[in-house]
Each structure stands twice: as C-alpha cells, then as structure tokens.
Ligand binder design. Structure first.
Ligand SMILES: Cc1ncc(COP(=O)(O)OP(=O)(O)O)c(N)n1
Ligand SMILES: Cc1nc(C(=O)O)sc1CCOP(=O)(O)O
Ligand SMILES: [Mg+2]
Length: 514
C-alpha cells in the first residue's frame, strides 16, 4: 500500500542536519513519502553557513506544479522562505489550491536565523501575512515570535498576546517552541534536574502547554525542522492537531536523547522511529484541569471482560455468571432513584467480591463507599479527584488520543480506557474510531506504567481476536452483551477469547514527567 505524501518546501542544508535533509529523514522514519520543493541552496556545515543561493519564485512554482500533477500531499511542511518573491509564490499557490484536490494540512516553521545565529531570510514582519492565512499552524521559537509579531515577549501573558496578534493577522494556530519555564528561572532547579522547556499552543479557541525536561546535549541542529516535518507526518496519518504536536515533540526528544554528533559543531538530531518511550513524551498543562497529583489505589485483579450496563438487574445477572469487573452507567441526573441503584450496585459488588465501578456519579459513589468511579475527560475538570482518592475509591479515566492518555497519566488512575476502537452505536462520539493499530501503540506505551489498559467501543465477538492481539488488560463492552441473543453464551465466548491474551499484565514503571 502506498504511503501518505508529505511535501517539504524548504532550504537544502549541505551539512545534512537541518532543512530538506532533516525533513526527509523525519518523513521516512514516520512512514510517509517525502517530496521536496527546494527554496534555497545553502553552503553550510555544522559550524557555519557560508552562503545562500535562493531559487526564484518561478523555479519554486515549477517544482510545486510538477508535484501537484502526480503526488498530491496529505500535508505540507514549509521551512525556509528566503524572500518576498518566494513567499508570494508559495502563498498564491496555496490560495489557488484546486477545489478537486483535498486541501492538505500545512505547517510553517518560519526559519529566520540558524542555530549558529546566521541570518537566513530577508523576510520582514509585514511580508508574512499572505502566507500566514494559508497555513494551519506556525511553529516559531521565541526570537521568531518576537520578530514576526514586533512585540517584546517577556512574560507568559506577553507571549500569548504576541501569538494572538498573529492569529488576528490570519494565522490559525501558533506553537511557540522551546520556552524556559518561569518556575525554573525563579527556583534555580537542582543540578540533577534538567530545566523544563515548554511549547505553547495558542489559537483563537484553545491554549495549552507541552512541558518536558530539557535534554542535555550539544547536538540539536535541525530541531525546529524535525519538529515541523514530524507534525506534518502525523497530520498526514490523520492524527488530531494536539496529537500531532505531542507525537512530534516526543520524536524530537527521542532524537535529542540519541544524538551522537557529526562534524565539529552541533551535530544533528538523531532520526529514530515512531515515539514509543513514555519518558520522551511531554506532560500536558491545561488551565481547566485540576492541578493535583493523586495516586489512586490499584485494581485487585486485571479487569478482563468488563461489561458496562445501565441497571441493577443487569449487574445481578452478570455477577451470577461469574463476571468480576463491571460498571453501572446511568446517564441521568442524580435523583433519589439513581441513588438507590448506585447503593444497590455497590452492595452487590461487596457481596460478590467484584470490582464494580460507578460511571459519572462520583459524589454518590463516595457517599456509599464504591469500589471505583469511572470518569471521562470532561468529567475530570468538574470532579474532586482528591476527595475520590482520599475516600479510597479506584478511578478509571476515558481517553481517545495520545494527548488524553498523557492527561490521564498525570492523575495516576487505577486503569485507563482507550476508545473508541471500532464504530459504536451506544454513544455518539466526537472523535474517529481508532482501530487496533493505534490501540496496540497505546497499550505498548502504557505497558511499563503499572496502569492497566482497557479497550472499549464497538468490540464484540466478530472483532475481539484483533483486539486481543493488541494485548489490553481488559475489554469493556455494552451491546456485545446487552443485545446478544444468549447472554450466557456471549459472556462465555468473550471470556474465552480474552483468556487467549498473548501475555498478562506486564511489570510496569511510571514516568517522572507525568
Ligand atoms: C470503561 C469505560 N470507558 C469509557 C467510558 C466512557 O466514559 P465517558 O467518556 O465519561 O462517557 P460516558 O460513559 O459518561 O458517556 C466508560 N463509561 N467506561
Ligand atoms: C460508553 C462508551 N465510551 C466509549 C469511549 O470510547 O469512551 S465507547 C462507549 C460505548 C461502548 O459501547 P459498545 O460496546 O456497545 O460499542
Ligand atoms: Mg462520563
């Protein structure tokens, strides 16, 4: 099967560490086909840039048209644009994108100065508006943001205001990269702890921070190029924007961790594979999320088959069949009737020595001493996580992306649900089904955290074999049980499939970053 196509419109770095060369290494490593539109030929090595040879707008146009005829892109990364002629060529090409070809995701890393502090572009702030309007994301560092926005950026508030000023000029979203953390500056971090680096995502309707420990290496040439081309690669694989940023950040961190140096100056970032080490992933900071660090009690047994039902009679039926992990999911306000059902469900869980989770209704779950509570991402902002933890309840958290997994990990839950794997009729979902390939990557990422992974969404007898291959610790199901013709047979068959899991709950380790 052919790979998604990504174009890199950027400068050539003869030293092989940045520009088109870094982009092609990144795109290859991340499973997409890279095509190139060279904007400028640089004579450059690891020590200095000796000369720059910009191509004309016409030469760029000819490369762009040739690619569009045969290799339309799923995503485009734009890097070095040396002058106004080049910028207006690329901007007008994007503006006149043919209606019959799906518009690609476009990320622009507005390279103005090299890591060795050589000025690479003649562009002035007033030149950029035409291209800003055509891109989905720009990824300036602090000095580029300062120059493009023509503002002094001395605080977080000033940074956000400068980024929003670019939004007002037509930018959709800005990722401001590599900001040293204010707390580190104030507290002079200990020698054993590398300082934090933050990337700020700012758009008209969203703001969040990706935070990670700085990597102690001299070999960081091509970091910005690698980040933006990785974002384009993940966009081409149809990841949502927040996941593109999270995955690209982890790819760069892995590259910095493994960089070994080439030449006498700063060597290039290494090009590793798909990010799969949790320690390379950033932590996510969102102002609306509770700023607490609870650690919830563990499950007493792996979840295995985990039916999610909406009534006490269903719980009784399944407990009688030997099911040991269940959820009562009543999507209704907390009336007296709901409270009675919750109290009975909790009592049944104790009677059968089963792990019974209460969905959403965390106050009633605490009041009646439940085994555990299940919360979604939206519920997290409203619930008192400290009260749930202090009352000794377990917590399960829903996730639908890498970003949501990183958010969930911050609260050390008792399990993490990964959904929805296949299309589901039970609930209308704002995200797309994830499929078993992503499920397997998530499970692998969680494998050493100590936190069990539960797959949910559209899972039944017809597809459970594929799910089992991804090796989750549990499988949550609604309709596979509640709409089966013979519930006892369905339970037995699903349990038998789960018993064929490749391995059990592996030994796990939790990352400091989360
Ligand atoms: C095991 C499990 N996984 C996911 C969910 C969904 O929780 P949430 O996102 O809060 O949605 P609602 O179930 O409340 O509609 C779940 N309940 N259980
Ligand atoms: C309640 C729920 N939460 C999901 C998630 O992805 O968070 S999917 C889902 C419904 C699962 O029902 P069924 O097994 O019938 O598809
Ligand atoms: Mg919920």
């Amino acid at each position: 099967m052919s790979r998604p196509v990504v174009w890199s419109i950027a400068g050539s770095d003869s030293g092989g560490g940045a520009g088109i060369q870094a982009d092609l290494h990144t795109l290859q490593a991340l499973g997409v086909h890279g095509c190139t539109v060279v904007t400028t030929v640089t004579a450059q090595n690891s020590i200095a840039t000796r000369s720059l040879h910009p191509l004309t707008g016409e030469q760029l146009h000819s490369q762009l048209c040739c690619l569009l005829d045969d290799l339309p892109p799923a995503a485009i990364k734009i890097g070095l644009i040396s002058n106004r002629d080049q910028l207006s060529t690329v901007a007008s090409f994007m503006e006149n994108w043919p209606a019959q070809i799906p518009r690609p995701f476009v990320v622009w890393d507005p390279v103005l100065v090299s890591t060795q502090k050589d000025v690479l572009s003649e562009l002035q702030p007033e030149d950029i508006t035409a291209l800003l309007r055509q891109v989905n994301l720009i990824t300036p560092n602090l000095s580029e943001l300062t120059r493009l926005s023509e503002r002094k950026v001395a605080s977080d508030d000033a940074l956000i205001e400068a980024a929003l000023s670019l939004c007002r000029q037509g930018a959709t979203a800005i990722l401001v990269t590599g900001i040293a953390s204010n707390e580190d500056k104030r507290n002079s971090v200990s020698a054993s702890d590398n300082p934090c680096r933050r990337d700020y995502l700012v758009s008209d309707n969203d703001q969040f921070v990706l935070e990670k420990r700085a990597i102690d290496t001299a070999h960081d040439h091509g970091t910005g190029c690698t980040l933006s081309s990785a974002i384009a690669a993940f966009a081409a694989h149809h990841y949502p924007l927040d996941d593109c940023l999270v995955l690209a950040s982890a790819y760069v961190t892995q590259g910095l961790q493994q960089a070994t140096g080439q030449g006498q100056g700063p060597g290039p970032v290494a090009h590793t594979g798909w990010p799969d080490t949790l320690t390379a992933f950033p932590a996510i900071r969102r102002s609306e999320l509770p700023a607490v660090s609870p650690r919830f009690a563990s499950l007493t047994a792996p979840p295995g088959l985990y039916p999610v039902v909406d009534s006490v009679p269903w719980l009784v039926r399944l407990l009688d069949m030997g099911v040991t992990t269940l959820q009562l999911r009543i999507k209704a306000p907390p009336t007296a009737q709901v409270e009675v059902a919750i109290r009975e469900a909790i009592a049944l869980g104790k009677q059968y020595n089963a792990q019974v989770f209460i969905n959403d209704h965390w106050t009633l779950a605490i009041k009646h001493g439940a085994f555990g509570v299940h919360l979604g991402q939206e519920d997290l902002a409203l619930a008192d996580l400290t009260a749930i933890e202090k009352a000794g309840l377990r917590l399960g958290i829903s996730t639908h992306s890498y970003t949501e997994i990183l958010i969930a990990l911050r609260y050390s839950p008792s399990y993490i649900a990964l959904g929805h794997i296949f299309p589901t009729q039970t609930k209308s979902m704002p995200s797309l089904p994830q499929g078993v390939e992503r499920l397997a990557r998530y499970v692998k990422l969680l494998t050493r955290t100590g936190i069990p992974a539960v797959a949910i969404g559209g899972i039944g007898l017809s597809n459970i074999d594929e799910v089992v291959q991804a090796n989750p610790d549990g499988v949550a199901v609604v309709t596979a049980i509640t709409q089966s013709e013979n519930v006892r047979e369905a339970v037995a068959a699903l349990k038998e499939k789960l018993d064929q899991k490749p391995t059990g709950c592996a030994s796990r380790e939790v990352s400091d970053a989360h």
